[in-house]
Write a protein that binds this ligand. Structure first.
Ligand code: NAG
Ligand code: NAG
Ligand code: NAG
Ligand code: NAG
Ligand code: NAG
Length: 243
């Protein structure tokens, strides 16, 4: 009997669903649900007269290579809330050994959200110190050459009892740097968000017997090898549970 009532309620929803907002809707954390496919199609949001008129699409995404498989966390849903109440952020921190940590929190007013893509960029003559630290591990700092529009960040993000420190070049905006510190989004708490301008790479000149011949070494980022990849594997299982 109860089931019939619930079915009836859903049928009533189905009728009013016409012309409603469509959002991508999926959760990578909900039990029994598939991981969100890359291009999940928008689905109609339910509308009832108890729900306010303003309905928007919200998405939180963590796309991190540190967990071994991508993406590790996605929440996409309809939200009966004003976008101004949502802390929005979209940045990638580049880490040693071509690792990366992307965090996206977007609220799309009256339309389905789209994937964000920074596109191709040129390297600059600036650099940041880069490393990552899982819980109490060590941050093995290396030097990383930055792309156009990037600055240096130090971010400490906590989720449950897990803690991750990230340092490197990032396309994070100044507005996000200011807004994100201390905020909690989708269970991720940004304890520290420290942004600084990338430093100019010092040009080292080697003078030989002929003073006119100068050798410059502009970059060290490509010479970094996967020497500590193996040491990371021990932490992966733990990390997977947290991020
Ligand atoms: C996650 O990042 C990888 C590498 O940049 C990219 O190929 C993939 O499309 C991203 N996934 C999502 C869901 O954005
Ligand atoms: C990269 O630099 C080249 C040469 O300066 C320029 O033509 C090109 O537009 C730049 N690309 C981007 C994405 O800025
Ligand atoms: C961020 O702010 C710093 C310091 O005020 C400034 O030098 C830099 O150009 C800004 N970066 C961007 C991407 O606006
Ligand atoms: C931010 O980072 C800079 C450079 O690493 C450091 O000097 C400064 O103390 C940091 N600020 C905070 C508030 O952590
Ligand atoms: C940093 O280096 C130490 C010592 O080589 C190693 O034990 C640790 O796992 C490394 N940490 C990371 C995140 O690679």
């Amino acid at each position: 009997m109860k089931d019939i009532l619930i079915a009836g309620v859903f049928a009533a929803f189905a009728i009013t669903v016409i012309d409603s907002l469509s959002c991508r809707q999926c959760s990578s954390t909900a039990e029994g649900t598939e991981r969100c496919p890359g291009n999940s199609e928008p689905k109609d949001c339910p509308i009832s007269d108890s729900v306010p008129e303003w309905m928007n699409c919200v998405e939180t995404l963590v796309n991190s290579t540190l967990g071994g498989s991508q993406p590790l966390y996605q929440e996409r849903s309809c939200l009966a809330s004003n976008c101004e109440e949502i802390t929005q952020a979209d940045f990638t921190v580049r880490l040693p050994d071509a690792q990366q940590y992307q965090f996206v929190s977007q609220c799309c007013e009256g339309e389905a959200c789209k994937d964000t893509d920074p596109g191709p960029r040129n390297l600059t003559n600036t650099q940041c110190s880069s490393c990552y630290r899982i819980n109490q591990g060590t941050c093995n700092e290396t030097t990383q050459q930055c792309f156009e529009g990037e600055q240096c960040v130090q971010i400490i993000v906590q989720r449950g009892s897990g803690k991750l420190e990230l340092k490197g070049c990032s396309d994070i905006s100044n507005a996000t740097c200011e807004a994100l510190g201390g905020k909690e989004i989708g269970g991720f708490t940004f304890q520290t968000v420290n942004c600084t301008n990338a430093a100019i790479i010092p040009v080292t000149t080697t003078t030989t017997t002929t003073p006119t011949i100068v050798t410059t070494t502009p970059s060290t980022s490509t010479s970094l090898k996967a020497s500590f990849i193996s040491s990371v594997f021990g932490s992966l299982l733990l990390l997977k549970l947290l991020f």
